[in-house]
Write a protein that binds this ligand. Structure first.
Ligand SMILES: C[S@@+](CC[C@H](N)C(=O)[O-])C[C@H]1O[C@@H](n2cnc3c(N)ncnc32)[C@H](O)[C@@H]1O
Length: 340
């Protein structure tokens, strides 16, 4: 990184930044109160909506009009209704497209950001946990939110992973830390000749089984319950690490890539998907902010650049790395090969 032009922000911009949490909290609290789900039943006046949501009269109207002002609701005369994005993605009664888990987790992350300075001083996360996956010992609701969030994000990038790799050259893959199987399912649906293994912690299996049965891919995608640090990875033509490396510190990333190299058959490939930081560190797609998220809730995680990944690939023995920007604009898919 050599030089970076001043991007410039005026005083109004700084004042707006200081209060930019307004929008975030309007959205998250509207979801918490069920505003969009209530309006999914039909337009309502301020008084009808207030009664449906059991709100006190004092702030209700300001709240509804503030939601209009940020584009989530529409007001036509006296009647409020959902804007099109809210109607499609914020109404709980449309579970396929509902962003619920993502919003739930955003709400959990929100208070951690208030203590960013503390993490920047100490290097320690703001959660009292040894590693982020202790979420699995928490309440069932939080686990579901985590699976929902991962699936929501993964559903957006999975079609690109299915396209960016020349799958006709391969017969099998392992999705390492593949969670409930969303990515593996999308790939085998697009390339039915493939056999896949989804490797994740054993407690995920019932959630995985439900997903592959619903998606009709149970024959092609099987589950292997394992700890990827303590057990060898299963052999396959391709190993996928999607949203995995950024969860761990640099030594652990190296360990996983070395294990992936052992497991990939000669002539095969490793595929890495993460929110990578662009080489200019310009925060394309908020990768730097996501990296600070990792500081706040994991002991060693962070985002990284494709250049850094290439060094770890080479150390493990992988050759010919290439990078593909995912259509969602904030993720990067990297592929590297094991010599034949
Ligand atoms: C951030 S999620 C990514 C899930 C999935 N790859 C995706 O892109 O949607 C990380 C996954 O790694 C799994 N995981 C964490 N630690 C693990 C371990 N030691 N062994 C196996 N899986 C693990 C978690 O259960 C979780 O499903």
């Amino acid at each position: 990184m050599e030089w970076s032009a001043e991007r410039g922000v005026d005083l109004g911009g700084v004042m707006a930044m200081a209060r930019s949490f307004y929008q975030s909290q309007l959205l998250l609290n509207a979801v918490k109160l069920g505003v969009f789900t209530a309006l999914g039943e039909g337009p309502a006046s301020a008084e009808q909506l207030r009664e449906r949501l059991e709100l006190h009269p004092r702030g209700a109207r300001d709240f509804f009009d503030a939601l209009v002002s940020i584009g989530l609701l529409v007001r036509d005369g006296e009647l409020y209704s959902n804007g099109s994005t809210a109607a499609n993605h914020l109404d709980k009664n449309k579970p396929q497209a509902y962003l619920g888990g993502f919003l739930g987790l955003s709400g959990d992350i929100y208070p951690l950001w208030a203590n960013l300075a503390e993490s920047l001083k100490t290097g320690n996360p703001q959660v009292n946990k040894d590693h982020i996956f202790e979420i699995y010992s928490g309440p069932e609701q939080q686990q579901r939110e985590f699976f929902d969030t991962m699936s929501t994000v993964t559903r957006m990038s999975a079609p690109d992973v299915a396209k960016a790799v020349d799958w006709s050259r391969y017969k099998s893959f392992v999705d390492v830390g593949g969670s409930i199987g969303t990515l593996a399912a999308t790939i085998v649906q697009a390339h039915p000749h493939l056999q896949a293994t989804c490797l994740d912690l054993p407690l995920i299996e019932p959630h995985f089984t439900r997903t592959v049965n619903e998606l009709g891919v149970a024959e092609q995608v099987t589950f292997q319950g394992a700890d990827f640090f303590n057990e060898p990875l299963p052999e396959a033509d391709v190993l996928i690490l999607a949203h995995i490396l950024h969860d761990w510190d640099i030594e652990q990333r190296r360990t996983l890539l070395n294990k992936a190299f052992e497991a990939v058959r000669p002539g095969g490939a490793v595929v890495v998907l993460d929110t990578m930081i662009d080489d200019e560190r310009s925060d394309r797609g908020h990768a730097l902010l996501m990296s600070l998220d990792m500081l706040l809730f994991s002991p060693g995680g962070s985002e990284y650049t494709f250049g850094e990944l290439c060094v770890w690939f080479a150390e493990a023995g992988f050759v010919r790395p290439s990078a593909h920007l995912i259509a969602n604009g904030f993720e990067c898919l990297a592929i590297a090969h094991k010599p034949a």
